[in-house]
Design a protein around this ligand. Sequence first.
Ligand code: CA
Ligand code: CA
Length: 177
Amino acid sequence: MDVTAEDRIKTIFSLFDVDRNGYLEEQDFTTMAASVVRAARGSGDAAKRALEEAFGRYWATLERELDANRDGRVSYEEFSACVLSPERFGDTVTDFAESLSALGDPDGDGKIERPVFIDLMTAIGFDRPNIEALFDAFAPDGDDRIRVEVWAEGIKDYYSPGKTGIAGDRLVANAAG
Ligand SMILES: [Ca+2]
Ligand SMILES: [Ca+2]
């Protein structure tokens, strides 16, 4: 069965809901950002700060676009309506994609080694087989590295409602196959 953007977003929602109370809150994003930064052992402070800011913007956009009743939490229905709307969320995803992929390239040579990729994606909460399948789908070179832009584009595709049959589908549970 084909993986849809809705399936992909559902996966993200469940991982980002770090405290598993069924809603996204600011604390979920703070916790997630801290985990990812902790996993980015080789990265400099500027790259780490950029990623924290990108997570902060991610939450700020959700809060601004949604949460009309100002209870500080975002349901799955609210989340999917927002992040699957390029007009509302496109700039935020671009920022997030660029910050996260840059964190995978601490030495700045434009390439991301598999172990670094695995560390970052594990920190977000994805399962190892899905992460490996995604890395393979990004067509690593002979030294088992992928280009930073490939990952950034992959993240943007992940949030694109019209995209099907993309590399990021490997992150959806049971789609690793
Ligand atoms: Ca939560
Ligand atoms: Ca590198």
